[in-house]
Design a protein around this ligand. Structure first.
Ligand SMILES: [Zn+2]
Length: 161
């Protein structure tokens, strides 16, 4: 089975250590993801490619327990749907990236825990290709800075498309 990225130029891949591809403004240094051709802060068009940090800290998350509306969602639905975590990971000095999480058990997620980027299967397309997307997973042995005292979802943001 061939593997194809869900969107071209979204992350470096295949790669042992994939990176998200963002952009950085040459004028004010703001970092964006995905890439943008003009700066959202100062409107400069001097945006250069910037590979984002592979590791960050979990900032907020929720668990997607049912298939999101389609479109824009293109993943498995019905009996094939498997709950997954979605959240924001803060990349130091860069930005908070909205992302799928490999972990869907809220008891195993905690604010501030160290997360790293991975590329994972998302669905199989009509041609039989395995469509790959990015996600963040807890770093093995990563130290928890705090544990939540409740397990309710921390964010009410919509699911990833
Ligand atoms: Zn700028």
């Amino acid at each position: 089975m061939a593997q194809v990225p869900i969107v071209e130029r979204l992350f470096t891949w295949p790669a042992a250590e994939p990176r998200l591809i963002g952009s950085r403004c040459a004028s004010c240094s703001i970092v964006t993801f995905p890439t943008q051709s003009s700066c959202p802060r100062c409107a400069s068009t001097e945006m250069g490619e910037h590979l984002l940090a592979r590791r960050g800290r979990l900032w907020a998350w929720t668990i997607q327990h049912f298939a999101p509306p389609s479109p824009p969602y293109t993943g498995p639905t019905g009996d094939a749907f498997v709950p997954f975590g979605v959240g924001y990971v803060e990349l130091p000095g860069e930005l908070r990236v909205e992302t799928r999480l490999t972990e869907s058990d809220p008891e195993r997620l905690a604010e501030g825990m160290e997360m790293e980027l991975v590329v994972v299967p998302f669905r199989t397309d009509d041609a039989g290709n395995e469509v790959m997307t990015f996600a963040f997973r807890p770093v093995q042995g990563g130290r928890l800075e705090s544990r939540p005292t409740r397990s309710e979802p921390k964010a009410s943001e919509g699911p990833l498309s």
